[in-house]
Write a protein that binds this ligand. Sequence first.
Ligand SMILES: Cc1ncc(COP(=O)(O)O)c(C=O)c1O
Length: 318
Amino acid sequence: MTVCLQPDVIFVRAEVLSAHLSAINPSESPTLMSQKIYLAGKLVSKEQAVVSVYDHGLLYGDGIFEGIRVYSKKVFRMKDHIDRLYESALAIRLTIPLTPAEMTRALEETVAANNIVDGYVRLVVTRGAGSLGLDIRRTSNPQVIIIADSISLYPEELYEKGMEIITASTIRNHPGAVSPRIKSLNYLNNILAKIEGTDADCQEALMLNHLGHVAECTGDNIFIVKNGVLKTPPTDAGILEGITRNVVLELAAAEGIPVQETTLIRHDIYVADECFLTGSAAEVIPVNKLDGRVIGGGSPGPITKQLRARFQKYVREA
Ligand SMILES: Cc1ncc(COP(=O)(O)O)c(C=O)c1O
């Protein structure tokens, strides 16, 4: 960890924060020589992008974030991401020091300054520097950090053949503790499940909720197709209301595919005709196996392929 000591303040470089955050969604570490990071109202170099080690975002995961795609220089579903960010802020009683319109402009400027054509943006708002205690009244200056970067997707082979996943023993956060609707900087719940996945040589892991129902994967929402009906858990299953999930639900409805937001158990996935995951980073990715059970024919089904193709077209047009 690169730490600079200055008279009264200790700083940790934003690239260190960025390295921690890249564990949440697979994004390549910054590679652009002239990369500009938005921090505290300015576009600065990576070296200048520093936040205090007393920031509660670092000390406690006390903050919120968004993972956003850029397609053809345009921020995808900007308003949805801004809305979700401000809803997460409201839920954790964090006052973001920018209005939604200012945040929108800051995002657009950061994308343009980094010449991102197709890429990924990580928008982070921390609680700000405080004391070593939990009391948010002792914090000040929430930090807005915007990192625009390239993105590394899952290998193409997984999109063609499907991905194998397992069910993690770690359940998704109880909505009465930290609601999964909050896109909080504290992703330990998901990281613990992801470790179980990678230990089993799987890139994703399914998480159940406290009732044993299907919730979502560590960084993606889950869908199945059964007898021509597209099904996904409802938001009250304790999931992040994914922006890609909502786009896929809209596209499916427009394609005339019947859609149900309904409670699912693992058995429903084992016996599904098709299964796929959605997320800003992964887009629409087929699943061919859960816990060693082959799903459908073991390769991406027709509705999965149709929605993936429709999604690919939509992101270029939107
Ligand atoms: C836990 C979790 N669920 C679902 C998603 C997918 O959400 P979105 O489509 O908004 O990227 C993510 C994405 O980061 C996530 O972290």
